[in-house]
Design a binder for this molecule. Structure first.
Ligand code: ADP
Ligand code: MG
Length: 478
């Protein structure tokens, strides 16, 4: 029997507003527990929420960038449930009239592209956090996160494999960071996702019963959790059992999913329009302004890099693939005239170091300023490319200043032709056997002489000059 996988993702994106969705409380991450909590976030009786416009503007940017409908009138509902980290006893969300509906986003998987439809994206407040490992036998509640604005992005069940799900998540992350509406920091929980998985017989129209995998926050675990879940469901059905609609937790240590609770239905939540908040109306003027101020998106950047700066397509693709990389390229380029050389180093040596350390460029010690100067020192012949590599490695370790490294280590390139000629002659005199072999027609040996001169000068000779000088000296020997 062959099976098809059906996946739909609900991604919670934490919007990077200064204050919360309905209060003036700060959204700053990492503060001491319960210090960013407003009366409204505590759910005290008698206080009234006020909607944060900036959160709407950010949600609208997402809608516009995905070609979605923007509901210029949208409203809030209460989703009722009890949990200690939700002091009001309900979450304010958008059920009936979400701000964004019917968009789509392109994903790229291995050798094909696919468009995934987005059902809706709505605003809602985050809950606080229950802390289970701080007090022996007790659970703490931290309300710092309570009321933080989330944009919940719901996909259609059109994703067909774990790989596509990861590609979709990456595409959303790329988009929201370029739009500057979320920092994309997964380790801090700025993006979290629930994965709905079902299987059906190949060709069947009707969807199978789904399981919902909760709160997975890394690319690796999305892929692993889905693949585990697909296998589990196929085994069940092939053994004549049924998949139960339920919420399951992914355990990354055991690489398995476990039942958490049976799936609640919408009517369990007793949704009703929030009487504390009026519908929010976005004027034509506001919408137009947001449209006109949309930041440049990855595909536009890629085109501009190719057409205006003259980068190779492959370079432009890599550099425009992440906001941090594009920022580095654009800032460093503004410090030098050689944007192409910046690009070459970014996709070459810098990317190699990033891969080795498995970090993003904004987590490294390399600043755009320092990087720009490094490239400038290569173009103005202060240092050779080879030396630049070692300078880059040193910056990578400790972030020191390029010119300081060059000065204290005495790395300035030797330009003095008579000095280079002297060294080259010495090398030739010291290696009569190699000279004889070279003269007998073994041209490949030329590299040996270049290598010796570079060694003598600790890599500081200008390779171009060394080549010219050696050529002339060797050609003029009898
Ligand atoms: P709920 O809000 O109860 O979680 P929704 O109907 O809003 O349910 O769907 C949530 C997500 O589940 C959506 O991303 C949707 O695409 C996905 N989904 C719905 N049905 C299935 C199914 N049978 N298999 C896989 N995913 C599904
Ligand atoms: Mg759900």
């Amino acid at each position: 029997m062959s099976w098809e996988t059906v996946i739909g993702l609900e991604i919670h994106v934490q919007l990077s507003t200064k204050s919360k969705l309905f209060s003036g409380g700060s959204t700053e991450f990492g503060a001491e527990s319960n210090t960013h909590v407003d009366l409204i976030d505590m759910g005290l009786p008698g206080v009234l929420p006020v909607a944060n416009k900036e959160a709407f503007y950010k949600a609208i940017r997402f809608g516009l960038a995905t070609g979605a409908n923007i509901n210029q009138t949208s409203s809030f509902d209460r989703k009722n449930y009890f949990y200690p980290d939700l002091p009001k006893g309900y979450q304010i969300t958008q059920m009936a009239q979400p701000i964004v509906e019917k968009g789509s986003i392109k994903i790229a998987v291995d050798d094909y592209e696919k468009e995934i439809n987005i059902t809706r994206a709505h605003l809602e407040e985050d809950a606080g956090k229950s802390i289970h490992d701080m007090f022996e036998g007790e659970t703490g509640v931290d309300l710092n996160r309570a009321g933080t604005p989330l944009l919940e992005i719901v996909s259609e069940p059109e994703i067909s494999s774990a790989k596509e799900a990861v590609a979709y998540f990456k595409a959303i992350r790329q988009l929201v960071t370029f739009l500057d509406i979320c920092d994309g920091n997964m380790a801090q929980g700025s993006m979290r996702c629930d994965v709905n998985v079902s299987i059906k017989k190949s060709g069947d129209k009707e969807l199978g019963t789904r399981a919902e995998l909760k709160n997975i926050n890394s690319f690796k675990f999305i892929e692993k959790a889905i693949n585990f879940e697909i296998d589990r469901q196929i085994r069940l059905i092939e053994n004549g059992e049924c998949v139960v609609q339920e919420t399951r937790l992914y355990d990354s240590e055991k690489n398995e999913t476990r039942s958490m609770r049976s799936k609640e239905e919408a009517n369990d939540y007793r949704y009703f329009p929030c009487p504390d908040l009026l519908p929010v109306i976005i004027s034509d003027k506001e919408l137009k302004e947001i449209k006109e101020n949309l930041p440049e998106l990855p595909e536009e950047k890629e085109m501009r890099y190719i057409q205006e700066i003259g980068l190779e397509e492959s370079e432009a693709k890599i550099i425009s693939s992440s906001k941090a990389m594009a920022n580095m390229f654009e800032e460093a380029s503004s410090k030098t005239n050689d944007a192409k050389l910046i690009a070459k180093w970014l996709v070459g040596d810098v990317s190699a170091l990033l891969n080795k350390d498995n970090i993003e460029i904004d987590e490294s010690n390399l600043s755009a300023e320092n990087f720009g100067i490094l490239i400038e020192r290569i173009s103005d012949n202060t240092i050779s490319g080879k030396i630049a590599k070692s300078v880059l490695e040193e910056i990578w370790e400790n972030g020191s200043n390029v010119d300081e490294i060059i000065k204290t280590k005495g790395l300035i390139q030797i330009q003095d032709e008579s000095l280079l000629e002297e060294i080259a002659s010495k090398v030739i005199d010291a290696n009569p056997d190699q000279v004889a072999t070279y003269k007998s027609g073994k041209d490949k040996l030329f590299g040996f002489f270049v290598g010796q001169v570079m060694k003598e000068t600790q890599g500081k000779a200008n390779p171009k000059s060394v080549n010219l000088i050696l050529k002339e000296l060797l050609d003029n020997l009898n």
